[in-house]
Design a binder for this molecule. Structure first.
Ligand SMILES: [Ca+2]
Length: 131
C-alpha cells in the first residue's frame, strides 16, 4: 500500500510546483525584464545563468543582462593544454587547438579536467587510412 501511494504524492508535488511556477508569470511578474533575464517579482528581474550581473536583482527597465565572457579575466576558464576557450552568448566551451583532437573524438568540453586533447595523426604527417 505504501508503495502505491508514492506516485500520487509525487504527482501532487509536481502539480503544486507547476502552479507555483505559473503564478510567477502572472500579473505579479515584471513585464519589462530585459533580454536574457527572468522576472522574480513585479518589480525585479534576475539575469539568466551566464549573464551579468549574476547575483544582483535588476529593478529598472533600463537594466541590462550582458553575456559573461568566461574566456577572459577575471573568470578566465582554464581549458588546459592544446586547447582554446570560445565564448558564446550565455555560455562558453573549450575546444582543442588546430591539429589536436579529443580522445573521444568529440569536439567540445567544459574545462581543463575534461581535456584529453592530443595531436591528430594527420598533424603528425600520417595520411588518413595509413594506420
Ligand atoms: Ca559567455
Amino acid at each position: 500500500m505504501a508503495v502505491s501511494r508514492r506516485p500520487v504524492a509525487l504527482a501532487l508535488c509536481v502539480f503544486l510546483s507547476l502552479c507555483r511556477a505559473g503564478a510567477q508569470h502572472g500579473p505579479a511578474c515584471a513585464k519589462w525584464c530585459p533580454p536574457n533575464s527572468v522576472c522574480v517579482s513585479g518589480t525585479a528581474c534576475r539575469c539568466k545563468l551566464g549573464f551579468s550581473p549574476p547575483d544582483k536583482l535588476i529593478t529598472s527597465p533600463t537594466g541590462t543582462c550582458d553575456d559573461i565572457n568566461e574566456c577572459a579575466a577575471p573568470l578566465k576558464v582554464s581549458c588546459g593544454k592544446f586547447a582554446d576557450c570560445e565564448n558564446t552568448e550565455g555560455s562558453y566551451y573549450c575546444t582543442c587547438s588546430p591539429g589536436y583532437e579529443l580522445e573521444s573524438g568529440g569536439k567540445n568540453f567544459s574545462n581543463e579536467s575534461e581535456n584529453t586533447c592530443r595531436v591528430t595523426l594527420q598533424h603528425l604527417g600520417f595520411q588518413k587510412g595509413q594506420v
